[in-house]
Design a protein around this ligand. Structure first.
Ligand SMILES: [Zn+2]
Length: 401
């Protein structure tokens, strides 16, 4: 819209010829400099300061549009009405989502291109989505692929090699995965066995656990590459569970990795803890989908996870009993006032202190996985940021799924 008004104004004001309009179309900077040069040469206009300012403002207005960074990664499991509701969207709902993306002129980016942009630390384009499916269920082949194929849209499927090796009928066959990969679908790594990877076995030493984790990642990758051809080094944590050592391991092995906390990709994201918007169960009606697909990354300077004594925590897996934790967010102070945060779906306590927004849970952190979700409205869209926490039972044992 600003572009349209800017054009109308400039065309009326300066009576641009077709060549100049084309130059403006190519780059507003080009057009502006050309105009300024001409003004200076002809010395036709007296109020040059005004014209310079107008030109500067016009370009400055356009720059945030060109530099926006709002790519979203969508996460699905089953696309079926016959699978567990919590991890399923119906074929109708899935088609609705894809229709929304098409009607709103979204670009659907292949995983390979996203990885390239992330590795080169390039800006990510607005109105762009990456579509992913976890676990390799057959409904992806039968119900989701036809919808995507007819549009020529790329997508990724994160698979557990063991499920396909065992020819479990819930999951696609290697042959089906191969068929999809031939058309540009990315087959990603979701470990060999879909284990809770952060959990050590009883009596297992840390070095043994790390070795087993590395095997889960590398063995799955070698099976995928052998069956469907060499694929991108991209990993999705089973259950979205990760800890600092796993993140370090994946970084060392050269992977990009996705978790399951919500939000669009943001410039401050760690490339081995990338957010995705999961859809299934209660999440994913068209209003919820539109809100998430159009979300923007929060312009934050720093986010720290603090323990109850306000010491920074570097791991989302809370090590000790960690009764309470809080998030400390640094950003422009006016912006901080616009943020609302929720913890496990309930409003979280928020206070601005020393230029930081401190968000805390009202009670103790329960065992299991839980999330902070923060949003701030912005011209019909929402900034979105989330942080996941993982906590063991009080007695140090693991929670049941
Ligand atoms: Zn999974």
């Amino acid at each position: 819209m600003p572009l349209v008004f800017g054009w109308i104004y400039l065309v009326r004001r300066f009576r641009f010829g077709a060549v100049k309009l084309a130059l403006y179309g190519l780059s507003p900077l080009n057009g502006c400099f050309l105009e300024l040069m001409e003004i200076n040469m002809r010395k036709k206009y007296t109020n040059r300061f005004y014209l310079h300012s107008l030109c500067f403002l016009f370009v400055w207005w356009l720059l945030p549009m060109e530099r926006s960074f709002a790519l979203v990664v969508l996460q699905y499991h089953h696309v079926s009405t016959e699978s567990p509701a919590a991890t399923s969207v119906s074929p109708e709902r899935f088609a609705q989502h894809m229709d929304w993306l098409e009607q709103n002129q979204y670009q659907i980016m292949p995983m390979g291109e996203l990885i390239k942009l992330l590795r080169e630390k390039k800006e990510l384009p607005d109105k762009t989505a990456v579509i992913t499916f976890d676990d390799g269920y057959t409904s992806i082949y039968t119900n989701a692929w036809p919808v995507l194929r007819k549009r020529g849209w790329p997508f990724s499927v994160f698979v557990n090699s063991q499920h396909h090796d065992e020819k479990n009928r819930q999951y696609m066959s290697w042959e089906q995965l191969r068929e999809m990969a031939k058309t540009g679908v990315t087959i990603g790594n979701h470990s060999v066995s879909h284990a809770h990877m952060i959990r050590m076995n009883p009596g297992e030493a840390e070095t043994e656990w790390l070795k087993r984790s590395q095997w889960e990642i590398e063995q799955a990758q070698s099976r995928i590459d052998a069956e469907v051809g060499r694929q991108e080094k991209v990993f999705a944590y089973p259950f979205g569970e990760h800890n600092r050592q796993l993140e370090k391991l994946l970084r060392k092995l050269g992977y990009i990795a996705f978790a399951q906390h919500s939000g669009p990709l943001a410039p401050f994201d760690d490339s081995v803890v990338l957010p995705r918007f999961p859809f299934g169960g209660n999440y994913g009606d068209i209003k919820d989908f539109a809100l998430k697909a159009s979300s923007l990354p929060m312009p934050l300077d720093e986010v720290l996870l603090l323990d109850d004594k306000k010491r920074p925590l570097t791991d989302v897996l809370l090590q000790d009993k960690a009764a309470k934790v809080s998030l400390a967010i640094k950003a422009d102070e006016n912006f901080l006032q616009r943020i609302s945060c929720f913890y496990r779906g309930e409003p979280a306590a928020a206070a601005i202190r020393d230029g930081q927004l401190i968000i805390s849970t009202f009670g103790a952190i329960p065992a299991g996985r839980s999330k902070f979700n923060c949003t701030a409205p912005e011209k019909g869209r929402f900034y979105w940021f989330a942080k996941m926490l993982i906590k063991k039972n009080e007695d140090g044992s693991w929670y049941r799924e």
